[in-house]
Design a protein around this ligand. Structure first.
Ligand SMILES: Cc1cc2nc3c(=O)[nH]c(=O)nc-3n(C[C@H](O)[C@H](O)[C@H](O)COP(=O)(O)O)c2cc1C
Length: 151
């Protein structure tokens, strides 16, 4: 299986920790959305899209890339994120919809908490401190194992 993980992690590198453990498990390549050309995605069997959640959605660079893609009929994708308040039902909604519009089949979603010191939260040391922790990363590894066995 040929897997690729595209991620953005700008706040505390929280999502990068998750992306790296998934990449190791899936033997996937890791890249940023601005480092890859749309047509290059065609050669992968499975593509993961992830970032921190910034104002209730994924990073805009992921949306920019997805919008520029050709039709990806039936291509398998998964979504992941870290967020101060982990509510994937809301936080993943926009990216899920953008990927489906392009024809991706979403085969899994993963999310966990990530240390958040945005704005005034900095004054109290942030929320979801020390996340992703060992348990979160173990859950990410298990999620990737499951994907590997499915595909
Ligand atoms: C500008 C900004 C906006 C954010 N908006 C949200 C949000 O809407 N919901 C939430 O739960 N966390 C929010 N966060 C917290 C991040 O999602 C969280 O810290 C995440 O783990 C950051 O991932 P990263 O370190 O990979 O960038 C925000 C953080 C920043 C910097």
């Amino acid at each position: 299986m040929n897997a690729l993980i595209i991620y953005v992690s700008i706040h505390h590198r929280n999502t990068e920790k998750v992306a790296k453990i998934m990449a190791k498990t899936l033997e996937a390549e890791l890249t940023k959305p601005w480092e890859i050309k749309p047509e290059e995605l065609l050669k992968y069997d499975l593509i993961g899209f992830g970032s921190g959640i910034y104002y209730w959605k994924h990073h805009r660079a992921l949306f920019k890339l997805v919008e520029s893609l050709p039709r990806m009929k039936g291509k398998k994708a998964f979504i992941f994120s870290t967020a101060g308040i982990n509510i994937p039902f809301i936080n993943h909604r926009k990216l899920r919809s953008a990927l489906r519009k392009k024809g991706f089949e979403i085969v899994g979603e993963f999310s966990c908490r990530g240390w958040d010191t945005n704005g005034w939260l900095e004054k109290i040391g942030g929320i979801s401190k020390e996340h992703p922790n060992e348990k979160d990363l173990e859950n990410a590894r298990r999620f990737a194992e499951k994907l590997k066995s499915m595909i």
